[in-house]
Design a protein around this ligand. Structure first.
Ligand SMILES: [Mn+2]
Length: 354
């Protein structure tokens, strides 16, 4: 992965690149721990961390010079200045959206060479998944789908959203997920219109919609899926909105392929809802790339200029949210191919009445 970055640096006349976003550190170096930074130059690759992680880094990143930053300076800026002092370096690239104002001031103050802000460089590399990454993302999605088969057996009148959310996490770890959790949405009844509602102590009631938007991490790679079920027999309105929502997801996936854009995918997703009384209740952010981070490029929506490439993995999640009534969301995750896309979420999209 580091080769891609070195090629980019050469092309853009960058002598050194400081990386501090955890997902980018992991992508470039394969390091799985925390609180670590990379300093990449043509001649040398430094892995900067503290004594909690030096041993782990020496196993996971054998090609890097492992640096305990406290031995090289009183601040990160001083450490980097000292490391760069042995190298012919005229500028330092850094992630503009990650380095805080204080860190920037420190770096600028100590290194005294040109600072070159960069946006979405490594994120763009990360948006096209390698074979190995696709395999991990596939397994991550499978774990989430298998957990869905289990959790629907637990959904009944009286059980709380929190209890269900905690069981869902447990099932995913037992199915092979990393233990590192990430916040899931499991909400019921009228609360399902809260796009990112947090599981509460509310008990499930007869007639409730139960919306589950969740996923797991597998070897650092995330999954993200949503299914909405009905407890008891669905009302005519629940059926109508569910069918519309399912159609929106299917229409969207039908146009997703290499060369299509995020805006085209959005347009397709609104075909079924345009002209209906529900149009005002749809949300326009209908999907995002997923990998080591849950929301990453490419994003899909009316203004999206993203052009899909083979190897993109993107969630498809239009939704209909009616305040006071509830919301229905179905979310798949698709792998973009030359001629179409493949859905990695095997859980059914048919309406489930429990
Ligand atoms: Mn999502």
């Amino acid at each position: 992965m580091v080769q891609k970055l070195l090629t980019y640096m050469e092309k853009h006349h960058l002598d050194a690149f400081y990386i501090s976003k955890p997902e980018n550190v992991r992508y470039i170096s394969q390091y799985t721990g925390e609180d670590s930074y990379l300093l990449i130059t043509k001649e040398k690759k430094f892995f900067i961390t503290d004594p909690r992680y030096t041993e782990q880094a020496s196993y996971e990143c054998p090609d890097y010079e492992i640096v305990n930053w406290r031995e090289f300076g009183r601040s990160m800026g001083e450490t980097i200045a000292n490391l760069l002092s042995t190298i012919d370096c005229k500028n330092l690239a850094f992630e503009a959206e990650v380095v805080t104002y204080n860190k920037y001031r420190d770096l600028e103050d100590k290194i005294k060479i040109e600072m070159v802000p960069q946006v979405d460089v490594i994120e763009t590399f990360r948006s096209v998944k390698s074979k190995d990454e696709i395999e991990k993302l596939r397994i991550s999605a499978d774990i989430a789908s298998r957990a869905f088969e289990k959790i629907i057996k637990d959904i009944r009148v009286g059980v709380t959203e929190k209890e269900l959310a905690s069981k869902l996490s447990h099932y995913m770890v037992m199915e092979g997920a990393d233990t590192k959790p990430y916040g899931g949405i499991l909400i019921s009844g009228a609360r399902t219109s809260l796009l990112h509602g947090i599981p509460s102590s509310k008990a499930v009631e007869y007639g409730d919609l139960v919306l589950m938007d969740y996923g797991c991490q597998y070897k650092g790679y995330l999954s993200d899926m949503t299914r909405t079920v009905v407890v008891g027999k669905a009302t005519p309105k629940q059926r109508e909105v569910y069918a519309l929502e399912k159609q929106m997801v299917e229409d969207c996936e039908s146009v997703m392929k290499a060369g299509a854009t995020g805006a085209e995918a959005y347009e397709a997703s609104t075909r079924a809802i345009k002209g209906t009384e529900y149009f005002d209740y749809h949300y326009t952010g209908i999907g995002h790339g997923i990998g080591m981070f849950v929301h990453e490029i490419p994003f899909m929506g009316p203004a999206s200029k993203a052009v899909f490439e083979p190897g993109n993995i993107i969630t498809v999640e239009p939704g209909i949210y009616i305040p006071g009534w509830g919301g229905i969301r179905i979310e798949d995750e698709v792998l973009i191919t030359e001629n179409g896309c493949e859905n990695l979420i095997s859980a059914t999209k048919e309406l489930i009445e429990l």
